[in-house]
Write a protein that binds this ligand. Structure first.
Ligand code: 4NP
Length: 150
C-alpha cells in the first residue's frame, strides 16, 4: 500500500486538491493508496479548503469539503513513503525537518509531468487561477499514478 503525503504552504488550496485528485485517479485505477495533505505553514490549521478552490474542484467532481488543514511535521517523514511538494519552497521547508537517518523521498509534484515544462504548481491563493492549478495537478496526478504502477 502506497502512503503518499501532498504538501503545500497553507494546506487550503494546492495540496488538498492534489490529495483529492490523486485519490480519485488511484481509485479509478484500482490502485490502493493512503493519501493525506499538509501545509508547511500553520495559519489555516483546522480550516476547510479555501472556498474558491473548493468551488473550482467541485466543477470537476472533486469534493474537498471534508478536508481540514494541518501543519506538516517531522513525524510525517515516518508516516509516509512518499512526500510530494507543490513547489521548491515547500520542498526546502520539508527537507529542513527531515529526521536524521530518514530516507523518505521528497519529490516535486510537477516532476511527474515533465512535458508541461513547469517545475511548480503556482499558488492560486495568489494567482487566483484555480483552474490552472487543477489542470497541473490533474496531469501530474496521472504521471504519479503511472510511476507507481510501473
Ligand atoms: P496553498 O495556498 O499553499 O496552495 O494552500 C495558500 C493559501 C494561504 C496562504 C498561503 C498559501 N496563506 O499564507 O494564508
Amino acid at each position: 500500500m502506497h502512503k503518499i503525503l501532498f504538501v503545500c504552504l497553507g494546506n487550503i488550496c494546492r495540496s488538498p486538491s492534489a490529495e483529492a485528485v490523486f485519490a480519485a485517479k488511484a481509485k479509478s485505477a484500482h490502485l490502493p493508496v493512503i493519501v493525506d495533505s499538509a501545509g508547511t505553514g500553520n495559519w489555516h490549521v483546522g480550516e476547510a479548503p479555501y472556498g474558491p478552490m473548493q468551488a473550482a474542484a467541485k466543477l470537476r467532481n472533486y469534493d474537498l469539503s471534508p478536508l481540514r488543514a494541518r501543519q506538516f511535521t517531522a513525524a510525517d517523514f515516518n508516516g509516509f513513503d512518499l512526500i510530494v511538494a507543490m513547489d521548491e519552497a515547500n520542498l526546502r521547508d520539508i527537507e529542513r525537518l527531515r529526521p536524521a537517518g530518514n530516507d523518505t523521498p521528497v519529490t516535486l509534484m510537477m516532476s511527474y509531468a515533465p512535458e508541461t515544462g513547469v517545475t511548480a504548481v503556482p499558488d492560486p491563493y495568489y494567482t487566483r487561477d484555480f483552474d490552472a492549478a487543477l489542470d497541473l495537478i490533474e496531469v501530474a496526478s496521472e504521471g504519479l499514478l503511472a510511476t507507481l504502477r510501473a
